[in-house]
Design a protein around this ligand. Structure first.
Ligand code: SAH
Ligand code: SF4
Ligand code: F3S
Length: 444
């Protein structure tokens, strides 16, 4: 049996895509290699969101090329492929700098893998590159998705029409497309039948979902959530990532009405300054964002929020940055991701005047992260002494331990029998750090 090895960078959508690629390969009779050295096919699924990703890719590729040469001495062939968002932006670079790469496919074309592998098996040659945005949907050509265990991702929407001035996603994933309601429900039911208890709906802009139902009528995310709620055996529903301006009243009502919907929402704001948000081309200001937050809290007082932040966007002043700190104090995010602004070629912000000095960005990031980490730690500490429901997903760091997620996406470690994997179990929380909780299983 031939073996594959996939290394994944970037967001959850890439993790999902890699899982679907593994599904294609398994349907062709391939199996997963335990180590890189054993792999007859090595795939990098890449991310282009911030700088350095490309350089990292080329150094990884260089290493795999050496491996390919070593294996060739043993008479073994190694096929090397690159997938994902870097391909969409750097296809020519890949062919020029790493001609030994056998294929490079963008995020929307990886369903063509079977015919491409066949072509390569017949005759290796130049790098095969496919970066078009096909009219057909890749989902119509993929083998059915398989459950990943207790927790599965399910892509419902892809691409983005927002064109934030710093971001490459609209160029790498194309414009927004939504999968039909019936396709999503069929995939969800299959995942649940195979043991999935929690589904995390994915989309670059998941709350602008507008899939067609069987009568050809466009339906939104709130409609889809209510349909998913009806699936017996499905215990937890999440969706990520949402765009604040597209949070509808009905979606907010879902957080009051659907108990399967976890009390946690990732809602990126990027900056607490209206001037910066305008320059970023975000379709919301701080007041609008806070309004959404307060209304969601009203719908479900237990809800906790996470967010994304960019510091050092071109033109960001000390005052703008202070506004971001103030916003954090208002919302008290329970988790957050924060980044230094990274200049992406081809995006409008890359050529804006008043680029912020690297040193200033570093300092601001440190200050912001200290604040964010503080709130995260405080929230985790408040969990100590409480009993929480944990979906165990994997082995812990120590023998006899399992790790899982609480409703708030906190990582929790507990001494637990392997038999509790992929189950939701009540755990009493005993200790908390910024990154994780630990506790003991509650009997019954
Ligand atoms: N709406 C998207 C965001 C994708 S990118 C989603 O669904 O996931 C994830 C985060 O990366 C963004 O929210 C933003 O905070 C950050 N990001 C995007 N482009 C960036 C850039 N050029 N520099 C720094 N951070 C960036
Ligand atoms: Fe990028 Fe903005 Fe679209 Fe998110 S909403 S993917 S940050 S362009
Ligand atoms: Fe990266 Fe593409 Fe996701 S650029 S963040 S892998 S959409």
């Amino acid at each position: 049996m031939k073996k594959y090895y996939i290394k994944t960078f970037g967001c959850q959508m890439n993790v999902y895509d890699s899982h679907r690629v593994a599904g294609i390969l398994q349907s062709l009779g391939w199996s997963e290699a335990a180590t890189l050295k054993q792999a007859d096919l090595v795939i990098f699924n890449t991310c282009h969101i911030r700088e350095k990703a490309t350089e990292k890719l080329f150094s990884d590729l260089g290493r795999v090329y050496l491996l390919k040469q070593e294996r060739a001495i043993e008479g073994k062939k190694t096929v090397i492929g690159v997938l994902g968002c870097v391909v969409q932006a750097e296809d020519e670079q890949i062919a020029k700098r790493a001609p030994y790469v056998d294929f490079a496919l963008g995020p929307l074309t990886y369903y063509r893998l079977p015919e491409i592998l066949e072509k390569i098996a017949r005759k290796s040659g130049d790098t095969i590159i496919e970066t078009d945005f096909p009219a057909e949907s890749k989902f119509d050509f993929l083998p059915q998705n398989k459950s990943e265990g207790g927790c599965s991702y399910l892509a419902i929407q892809e691409g983005c029409n927002n064109f934030c001035t710093y971001c490459v996603v609209p160029y790498t994933r194309g414009i927004e497309t939504s999968r039909p309601i019936e396709d999503v429900l069929a995939e969800a039911k299959k995942l649940v039948a195979e043991g999935t208890l929690e589904i995390n709906l994915l989309g670059q802009n998941v709350n602008s979902y507008h899939g067609e139902d069987k009568n050809g009528k466009e339906r939104d995310l709130a409609y889809l959530l209510r349909k998913l709620d009806e699936i017996d055996g499905l215990k937890r529903i999440r969706y990520t990532t949402s765009y604040p301006a597209d949070v509808t009243d009905d979606l907010i009502r879902c957080h009051a009405e659907i108990t399967k919907l976890m009390p946690y929402l990732h809602l990126p704001i990027q900056s607490g300054s209206d001037a910066v948000l305008r320059a970023m081309n975000r379709r919301h200001d701080v007041a609008k964002y806070l309004d959404v937050i307060y209304r969601l809290k009203e719908a479900n007082p237990e809800i906790g929020f996470s967010s994304d932040f960019i510091v050092g966007f071109p033109g960001e002043s000390d005052k703008d940055f202070e506004d971001t700190l103030n916003l954090v104090d208002k919302v008290k995010f329970i988790q957050a991701f924060s980044f230094k602004y990274s200049r992406r070629p081809g995006t409008p912000a890359a050529v804006m005047p008043n680029q912020v000095e690297e040193k200033v960005k570093e300092k601001r990031l440190e200050i912001l992260q200290n604040k964010l980490f503080d709130y995260q730690l405080k929230f985790n500490q408040q969990t100590v002494g409480k009993t929480v429901e944990v979906l165990f997903e994997g082995k812990g760091r120590h023998a006899g331990q399992l790790t899982g997620r609480t409703p708030y996406m906190q990582n929790l470690y507990a001494k637990a029998d392997k038999g509790l994997l992929n189950k939701i179990i009540r755990v009493k929380v005993e200790e908390a750090t910024m990154n994780s909780l630990s506790g003991t299983i509650v009997e019954g």
